[in-house]
Design a protein around this ligand. Sequence first.
Ligand SMILES: CC(C)(COP(=O)(O)OP(=O)(O)OC[C@H]1O[C@@H](n2cnc3c(N)ncnc32)[C@H](O)[C@@H]1OP(=O)(O)O)[C@@H](O)C(=O)NCCC(=O)NCCS
Length: 269
Amino acid sequence: MIDEAELFGTPGQTALMRRGAAARILLGDNPRFSWYGRMTALGDPGGDTAEVLAALARLQGAGVCYFYPEDRAERLFADLAARGFATDRHEHFMGSDTALSAARAALNDVPLPADLTLAAVGWDTPREVLVAIAELCCECGVMPVPGSVMRGVALDGICLFATDPSGGIAATASCFRMHHPASRRARVAMWGLLATRPDRRGQRIALHLGARAMLHMHDRHGMRAFMTGVKADNASSSAICYRLGVSATGMIYAQCLDETLLGGSSITR
Ligand SMILES: CC(C)(COP(=O)(O)OP(=O)(O)OC[C@H]1O[C@@H](n2cnc3c(N)ncnc32)[C@H](O)[C@@H]1OP(=O)(O)O)[C@@H](O)C(=O)NCCC(=O)NCCS
C-alpha cells in the first residue's frame, strides 16, 4: 500500500506515516476510519471517541477525529488530558456546491501565470519530482503524503504541481478520496496540501491549482464535498479556503497526541 522508498518528511513524520499505514491495514475495512496517507483517523465520532482516540494515539503517536463538534471539544480534551495525552486541533472547514461553483469561477477567471507549466503526479512520474514536491511542502510547514498517495495509486486522488522555467516546483495542491466507500461521508474528499513557494505567493497560483484539484475529484471520482483542517492562526490558508467556498463548519479535527511516541515531531500546519 505504501512504498518505503517513497516516504517523505522528517524522520518523525515518516515514522508516523509508517505506523498509520499499519493501522490502516488493521482498520481499513471499518467504515468509521479514514486514511489518506498520513495516519488512520476516526471519521465518525460517537460515545467512544475519547477511547478510540487514545487507542489510535497509543498505536500511531497521533489519533485524530474529524467532524467533532466544537462545543464539545473542551470536555473531550479534558478527558484525553486525564488519560495522559496532549491535545491539539484544526478547525474543520468544508464546502460542497458552493466550493464547486467557486472552483469553476476561479478556473474561468484566474489563469495560471504564463511561465508556469501544470502537471499531475502519475504512476510514472520520476521520484525526483516527488522529492521536490515533498520538499516544498516541508518548507511550507505542510506534512507530505507517501508517494503512492501522491501518484493516485494507493487511493483515488490527484496531486498537482506547477513548474517554473528553471524546473523548480512553484506550487502544489492535492485532493484525495479519504473515507470508506460504506461511510456516509464516502463522497467527501480531503482537499489541501496547498503550498506555494514564498517568491511566487500572491499570484493566485494556489487558487488555480486548488480549484483544479477539486474539480478533478468531482468530475472523475464523483466527490461532492471537500474538507480540510485549518489552524486557527493560519490566515493565508483560511483566506484561500473561503475564496474557494470551503468554510468553517463549527466542527474540529480533534487531535490526541502521545508525545513520547511522536518524539517531538510536529504533524502539519
Ligand atoms: C496558503 C498558500 C498556499 C496560498 O498560496 P498563494 O499561491 O499565495 O495563494 P493565492 O495567491 O492563490 O491566493 C488565493 C486567495 O487567498 C488570499 N490570500 C492568500 N494569502 C493570504 C494572506 N496571507 N492573507 C490574506 N489573504 C490571503 C488571496 O488574496 C487570494 O484571494 P483573492 O483572489 O480574492 O485576492 C501559501 O500562503 C502557503 O504556501 N502557505 C504555507 C502553507 C500553508 O499554510 N498551506 C495551507 C495549509 S494546507
